[in-house]
Design a protein around this ligand. Structure first.
Ligand code: ADP
Ligand code: MG
Length: 314
């Protein structure tokens, strides 16, 4: 017999307490959490809809990992340390195999980040996963989109374009079995939030955002919030070896295609050289006093910046 609502919660989403600051987790009308003195609570929500935010054929374990990882990426961008999360899950049916795999992927991601599930909701409908993640930062130290200054170096962690190219390969229905294709699909299905880099950049970066909608669009948010402009060297955008081998003519557009979950940070030039992170940090341009985004190709010619993803774009 398929599990009912309360069986689902008990079987798949109730585990022994992991953090001492959880006074009451899953099971009561609400959770009771104890944020430490001197820390600010950082709160973010992201919804993942099957067929819109992730392909419907996404394996259940990857859907679980990804739904939490995209929220952790927002905590990383603020420089926060993950603490607690809630899960509002809407399911078309009570499918034990799916739930077992989903919760396994979800908790793999949770345990890798030291974040604890403290509550949620289960309802019936099309597959929608909404997670609210909470983290902690020392008071008044969180990174924001505002704060970039003319002369700052714009840097990106890791590589851009892998997930967008992975999605393109998937949608083209071609062979996704090669090592390169698998590496790209791994970036799409299992994004690795840049939590350690975000924490290390806190106090050093003037502004930060995580790259979810696309590099050019997300940098645009920093520019708007900071009241500055930027020059970007498209040829400097960091690419993985798999991406370099498989991307064609539209490489730059793919590198602004979104789902990267890297960090875009604006730093005064000196700390860029001194920072030691657990991932590559690549300079790709600089902040200017003149507003607007100026984008240059490898030959130094100005080209129009690629757009980003917008759910309500007509
Ligand atoms: P209520 O009716 O009071 O909102 P529910 O019956 O929805 O409570 O949930 C019972 C308990 O199970 C609550 O503590 C709730 O936070 C938790 N819960 C519900 N769904 C989930 C879920 N998907 N993951 C974790 N905890 C959940
Ligand atoms: Mg409820």
């Amino acid at each position: 017999m398929p599990a009912g609502e309360f069986d689902i919660i008990r079987r798949y989403f109730t585990r022994p307490k992991r953090r001492g600051d959880v006074r009451l987790g899953v099971g009561d009308d609400a959770a009771l959490l104890r944020p430490p003195a001197g820390q600010e609570l950082v709160v973010t929500t992201d919804t993942s809809i099957a067929g819109r935010h992730f392909p419907t054929e996404t394996p259940a374990a990857d859907a679980g990992w990804r739904a939490l990882a995209v929220n952790l990426s927002d905590l990383a961008a603020m420089g926060a340390e993950p603490a607690w999360f809630t899960l509002a899950l809407t399911l078309p049916s009570s499918d034990d195999d799916w739930l077992a795999a989903f919760s396994k992927g979800l908790f793999q991601c949770a345990d890798s980040a030291g974040i604890e599930l403290v509550g949620g909701d289960v309802t019936r409908g099309v597959l929608v996963i909404t997670i609210t993640a909470m983290g902690l930062v020392p008071a008044r130290t969180a990174m924001r989109r505002a704060g970039a200054l003319p002369g700052d170096t714009i840097c990106v962690t890791g590589t851009l374009g892998d997930a967008a190219l992975g999605l393109q390969l998937l949608q083209a229905g071609g062979d996704t079995g090669s090592n390169d294709a698998r590496a790209l699909l791994q970036r799409l299905y299992r994004p690795q939030p840049r939590l350690a880099a975000g924490a290390a950049l806190r106090g050093k970066a003037h502004a930060c955002i995580d790259v979810s909608d696309g590099f050019a669009a997300d940098l645009g948010h920093i520019l708007q919030a900071s009241g500055v402009g930027a020059e970007v060297d498209a040829a400097a955008l960091p690419a993985s070896e798999a991406f370099a081998r498989l991307a064609g003519e539209d490489a730059t557009a793919l590198q602004c295609g979104g789902d990267d979950y890297e960090l875009c940070v604006c730093l005064p030039p000196a700390p860029v050289r001194e920072l030691s992170l657990d991932c590559p940090l690549t300079p790709v341009g600089r902040i200017t006093a003149e507003p607007g985004l100026r984008w240059r190709d490898a030959a130094g010619n100005e080209i129009p910046p690629p757009g980003g993803y917008d759910h309500f774009q007509p």
